[in-house]
Design a protein around this ligand. Structure first.
Ligand SMILES: O=C(O)CCC(=O)C(=O)O
Ligand SMILES: [Fe+2]
Length: 341
């Protein structure tokens, strides 16, 4: 794990920067803030910028943790019962800005039209009705390890998780491609587009938010849901490994993948799953810590736990960060809009 530790001077400098931002903007969703975020991020401590630049460019590890940011547990208030209750709330505005600016050093956060009402920054907390679901907002079931949004050709390069609270030390699970050994034969099979995948449940219409504000947006949203529902019937065959011959990137979410029809593919997938199962470890995020997962090189999940549903539950913020916004231009309305339809 690649670790960055903030000094007390760093924390003070971040505090002043955040003071300025909270005086200017009400939310990280404000398009003006989104447009200026990369510039504000220039004012983060140089040490932090240097380390994140290193993480981005040299890929020293698939996981990066930034520690040392203090959270005032009382000030952020109780853990909401549902992400919908976070819309428009200023409770964690300071943490939101700090987290967003760190992400802006790795790329540009994007929003999925089909997730959490198209918000850029997600809230991840246990939701009572999702208790037994294979969702970030589930709790009692193991959230099986996965590449974030593995089914989607526009899945992002990084997933950022920032911890607001985690009183029971619930672990995020993770494994890196660096910890996995595959024979050239298995690796070669995994590079072929033969592994059918469906959308994960967080993108399905049953977790859909409000109706869109205008007709064009509604049309785009319906188109996205039609494509996703099409995958339910006809899962898309993808390649699980890609990129460099010896240091490949990976993309898989076995829970939502079908067993490939042919025997060598099925065996190769099982081999990779077993290797990852053997390599998986856990990390319990502390309040204030940010974990950036390289979504091309790591898979992640979450251990099962008994949620409290009393305002003291584990609470994370989540950002999906793309290195190149242009890749998704055909699926976004404007050059500077961030929502992928
Ligand atoms: O809750 C966690 O630690 C991770 C959940 C997850 O997979 C996600 O939010 O993408
Ligand atoms: Fe995830």
């Amino acid at each position: 794990m690649f670790r960055v530790e903030l000094s007390t001077t760093d924390v003070a400098a971040i505090g002043s920067l955040v003071d300025e931002l909270t005086a200017s903007y009400d939310s990280v969703e404000d398009p003006e803030f989104v447009g200026n975020a990369a510039i504000h991020a220039h004012e983060l401590p140089r040490h932090l910028r240097t380390q994140l630049n290193h993480f981005r460019l040299t890929e020293p590890d698939a996981l990066c943790v930034i520690g040392g940011y203090p959270i005032d547990d009382e000030r952020i208030g109780p853990t909401p019962a549902h992400w919908k209750h976070c819309i428009g709330s200023r409770a964690t505005l300071r943490e939101d800005f700090y987290f967003y600016l760190c992400s802006a050093l790795l790329g540009d956060p994007i929003a999925w039209a089909t997730q959490q009402d198209g918000r850029l920054m997600h809230d991840v907390m246990p939701i009572k009705e999702h208790r037994l679901e294979q969702l970030g907002s589930g709790s009692e079931e193991l959230l099986t390890w996965h590449t974030e949004d593995a089914f989607h050709p526009l899945r992002t390069d990084y997933v950022g998780l920032m911890c607001m609270r985690n009183p029971d030390g619930i672990e995020t699970t993770c494994a890196s491609i660096d910890d996995i050994e595959l024979t050239p034969e298995v690796a070669e099979i995994m590079r072929q587009e033969r592994f059918p995948i469906r959308a994960d449940r967080s993108h399905l219409p049953q977790n859909r938010g409000e109706r869109a504000a205008d007709e064009e947006t509604q049309w785009l949203l319906d188109r996205s849901y039609d494509w996703i529902m099409g995958l339910e019937e006809n899962p898309e065959p993808i390649a699980v490994l890609f990129g460099h011959a010896e240091q490949p990137y990976l993309r898989l979410d076995p829970y939502f993948m079908e067993e490939p029809g042919a025997a060598p593919e099925a065996a190769a997938l099982q081999t990779l799953i077993k290797e990852i199962d053997a390599a998986i470890t856990g990390y319990s995020l502390e309040p204030g810590e940010i974990l950036f997962l390289d979504n091309y090189r790591a898979v992640h999940g979450r251990k099962p736990f008994k949620a409290r549903f009393d305002g003291t539950d584990r609470w994370l913020k989540r950002l999906n960060v793309a290195r190149d916004l242009r890749k998704s231009r055909a699926s976004r309305r404007h050059a500077d809009s961030r929502t992928i339809y």
